[in-house]
Design a protein around this ligand. Structure first.
Ligand code: PLP
Length: 280
């Protein structure tokens, strides 16, 4: 497949980055994963805005403006045949002359983008739902930055998988935050809830889309400051959302059924609305 590296389009296997790159040495970098449906980026502007915000929060220079990104990604998707893809875009702080914790502030950022297939979901994930487990959150506190410091996330996801679960839901001081690569929604006493945004939650693009759809559909919803694990255990529905998963119903939490153990009516409604949007 075709990749993009620092201004050039080239074969993915030829895209190589220096071992001195601060993204490699220190995870000093940010990224986005943008879903494409039939060659069109879904939520593209929101992803690019979040990217700009992540860069600003780390003080990394913007390699190009919104129009520049749109042009690069359009050309990349076209070179990869369009269709249903996930575009991965990463920007690192750049390559200093020597390894040094101290940040060199005038580096030229490294820009990498490539495409991966977005295979159709396992139908069972949508008919039966998925299993999730809860886990104490061991990540740093700046989860609102979409950085490539993902070791705690990948270890938590791997531990979930070892327990036969599709996702780990992270809990800090009794408060439910988000999944390892998803945001969390629940239906509790008939109300759709997702934890209010804070430093320890990534502002998911899909999360925003679902909240907009709920508002448009008149679904009673709230963003509580604290969603306790106890409250989550009493939910009639739980979902995880992300650009790749879209909305997955969670029907088993820590081995116990969620509600009646089947995907619920609010999920069905939001799922239909989201599918209509991505099919447009
Ligand atoms: N939270 C975390 C930690 C993530 O890594 C992701 C996406 O991978 C999400 C939430 C969902 O964000 P989005 O809907 O923008 O894909």
């Amino acid at each position: 497949s075709t990749a993009f590296l620092n201004g050039e389009f080239l074969a993915l296997e030829d895209a190589k980055v220096s071992v001195l790159d601060r993204g490699f040495l220190f995870s000093d970098s940010v990224y986005e994963v943008i879903p494409y449906y039939d060659g069109r980026g879904f939520g593209l502007d929101a992803h690019l805005q979040r990217l700009a915000r992540s860069l600003d929060m780390l003080g990394i220079a913007h390699p190009c403006d919104m129009d520049g990104w749109r042009r690069i990604l359009a050309e990349l998707v076209e070179a990869n045949g369009g269709g249903d893809l996930a575009v991965y875009l990463q920007i690192t702080r750049g390559v200093p002359e020597r390894r040094d914790h101290r940040i060199t502030h005038d580096l030229t950022p490294t820009v990498v983008a490539f495409c991966q297939d977005r295979p159709p979901h396992d139908p069972a994930a949508l008919t039966d739902g998925i299993a999730a487990v809860t886990q104490e959150d061991t990540r740093w506190h700046y989860c609102t930055i979409k950085s490539t410091s993902l070791l705690a996330n990948v270890l938590a996801a791997d531990a979930a998988r070892a327990q036969g679960a599709n996702e780990a839901i992270m809990v800090r001081d009794g408060a439910v935050l988000e999944g390892t690569s998803s945001n969390v929604f629940a239906v509790i006493d008939g109300q759709l809830v997702t934890p209010a945004l804070r430093d320890t939650i990534l502002p998911g693009i899909t999360r925003g889309v679902v909240l907009d759809l709920a508002a448009r559909d008149g679904v009673d919803h709230a963003e509580p400051e604290t969603l306790t694990l106890d409250a989550l255990r009493g939910a009639s529905e739980i979902w995880v959302t992300s650009s790749i998963r879209e909305i997955f119903p969670v029907t088993r939490l820590d081995g116990a059924p969620v509600g009646d153990g089947k995907p619920g009516p609010v999920w069905t409604q939001m799922q239909e609305r989201l599918q209509a949007m991505t099919d447009e």
